[in-house]
Design a protein around this ligand. Structure first.
Ligand code: WAQ
Ligand code: MG
Length: 261
């Protein structure tokens, strides 16, 4: 789903559905209509996914670190990123971009910056658009259990569900060292860093209220990186997030089926 106003992007959402996809159309419409601005156009498009090509992933673990100010958040995120294998120079460059607007001409991008985790060089082919992580969704069970967990902790927001999906997909590829994200929504001041090592770490007060600048940086290991393949994975590879490991385990040649509901 993509909603626009006067030709400009307002909101978007994507789902991967097995079976009757018409059931989720009301959800998508509701999402388009619940945006702060009323769209003047909503488009829904449907593509077929080859089920044999789907990769399944477990969600990254979620933690929250309370920071007292953007300066404090900067220190925390820098620590976590360095711990995940990002060089101090790359951390500095990424933070500068997300503070000032990552697009080549300044301003926000639709997609993510891809950055060499050692040198801080930008590697995405189009530095105005960036790379959009898409084709990722949860199984119904995984989505429900995530929403319940987030509600219990008092941190439920559609943004968290969407961001965890993006972060899980990106972290699921070995070239990804870590990710840094801050929203471009002026009212949403919690950002995150994510990596296989740290999980999905929410950091409060990453920016001041009223700040419109946001973006995402994916830090990558440049050694044996095939950028086209990597971007193809992020943009096109279907990934579904599920909570349970496979229900059939193999011990030697014996298959053991777990029937726990
Ligand atoms: N793929 C890559 N980059 C994206 C995508 C995508 N699918 N969607 C957005 N971006 C980039 C783009 O540059 C945006 O300007 C920037 O990320 C921020 O996007 O757990 O809401 O949708 O509470 O504003 C974090 C949630 C919310 C933290 C992040 O991002 C939490 C958020 P936004
Ligand atoms: Mg936004």
């Amino acid at each position: 789903m993509r909603s626009t106003l006067n030709g400009g992007h307002l909101s978007g959402a994507e789902r991967i559905v097995c079976g009757d996809f018409t059931q989720i159309i009301p959800d998508l419409m509701l999402q388009a209509m619940s945006y702060s601005n009323m769209p003047d156009s909503i488009a829904i498009s449907v593509d077929t996914v080859d089920t044999s090509s789907i990769i399944y992933k477990s969600p990254l673990g979620i933690r929250t670190v309370e920071s007292s100010s953007p300066e404090d958040a900067l220190r925390i995120s820098a620590d976590l990123l360095k711990n995940s294998g990002v060089s101090p120079a790359a951390v500095e460059k990424a933070n500068y971009l997300l503070r000032t607007g990552p697009s080549a001409g300044g301003g926000n991008m639709r997609g993510a910056v891809i950055m060499d985790s050692a040198s801080g060089d930008r590697l995405e082919p189009d530095s105005s658009r960036g790379v959009r992580v898409s084709r990722v969704d949860y199984t119904m069970d995984a989505r429900d259990s995530l929403i319940n967990k987030l509600r219990e902790e008092g941190i439920f927001h559609r943004r968290v569900v969407d961001a965890l999906a993006i972060a899980t997909k990106a972290a699921g590829r070995r070239e990804t060292v870590a990710e840094l994200c801050r929203s471009d929504d002026p009212d949403y001041t919690t950002g995150y860093i994510a990596s296989r090592k740290c999980g999905y770490v929410r950091i409060t007060n990453i920016k001041k209220k009223g700040d419109h600048v946001g973006g995402r940086v994916l830090f990558v290991r440049r050694n044996d990186l095939n950028i086209e393949e990597y971007i193809h994975y992020l943009e096109r590879q279907p990934v579904i997030i599920r909570v349970r490991a496979r229900r059939v385990r193999r011990v030697g040649s014996v298959k053991i089926k777990d029937l726990t509901p």
